[in-house]
Design a protein around this ligand. Structure first.
Ligand code: TYD
Length: 138
């Protein structure tokens, strides 16, 4: 996925079952999203003005959901950049491998849920932007 582009990343509408007691959204791996879910983590208590991310993955697929509040995700394939604002729990941003991402402008109390296609593996990360550019160009 070295050659992946930001145009392969998309905001996916998730289901929402509504009744008078509120809403429920269900995500099933390989059904609503194009990968099996091996790991879930969530970011919360993010101080005002802080940014997260600042790295790419070589093989990992992720679905990012603003389960509460809102934030921006900038995705970058080394050529093109897009900023996606997530602010609804029934939409998720699919990020394919080989994309540099930064998350910022977190609203107070926001929660960023991440569904991931593999278990944690530090060797899958590219944490240096110039290394990322080299990786994409070769
Ligand atoms: P990182 O992925 O760099 O966070 P973010 O992209 O949100 O800024 O991870 C932050 C720290 O947490 C880093 O030391 C690695 C560790 N970590 C794990 O141990 N397991 C995980 O599944 C994740 C996502 C992070």
């Amino acid at each position: 996925m070295k050659q992946s582009s930001v145009y392969e990343c998309s905001v996916i509408p998730l289901n929402k079952i509504h009744n008078r007691a509120g809403n429920i959204t269900i995500v099933e791996g390989d059904n609503n999203i194009p990968f099996q879910i091996k790991r879930i983590y969530y970011l919360y208590d993010i101080p005002r003005g802080e940014a997260r991310g600042g790295h790419a993955h070589k093989a990992l697929y992720q679905l990012i959901v603003a389960t509460s509040g809102s934030f921006d995700v900038q995705i970058d394939d080394g050529v093109n950049k897009r900023v996606v604002r997530l602010n609804r729990p029934d939409y998720g941003l699919l990020i394919v491998p080989g994309i540099w991402r930064e998350l910022f402008e977190f609203s107070s109390g926001s929660v960023c849920l991440v569904l991931a296609s593999t278990k944690y593996n530090e060797t899958d990360y590219i944490r240096d932007y110039s290394e990322f550019k080299n990786y994409k160009e070769k």
